[in-house]
Write a protein that binds this ligand. Structure first.
Ligand code: TYC
Length: 103
């Protein structure tokens, strides 16, 4: 036999190393009936470095659609942002909720 019997056997082809990028996480704000719009805009400016116009757009998206993305980060940064939002909101006695999910 001229050809190896495994010539077309993909299972036996050497693996090509694919560098894995770390998973990214979306940080989302959730709507509620009590947190003032101005407070949500302030959160987006302070913690997500948005300007007033960007912050207002995101806040209105959350208000009308129920949720909205504030930013996309590696897991540790996304978790820190989420905790910062909740901590800042609770100090001001607002029920604002923030979650993360895989991007
Ligand atoms: N729905 C709130 C209101 O009418 C505003 C709001 C927007 C609250 C975004 C939370 O993530 C939020 N005051």
């Amino acid at each position: 036999m001229v050809n190896s019997p495994h010539e077309n056997d993909t299972a036996l082809k050497p693996e090509i190393a694919k560098p894995k990028l770390p998973p990214m996480y979306k940080v989302l704000l959730l709507n509620d009936d009590f947190t003032p719009m101005e407070f949500v805009v302030d959160v987006l400016e302070r913690l997500f470095n948005k300007n007033r116009e960007q912050a207002t757009q995101i806040m209105l998206k959350v208000h009308t659609e129920g949720a909205g993305v504030c930013g996309i980060y590696p897991q540790d940064i996304a978790e820190t942002k989420m905790h910062q939002v909740v901590s800042y909101a609770r100090k001001a006695q607002h029920p604002l909720q923030c979650i993360i999910e895989v991007a």
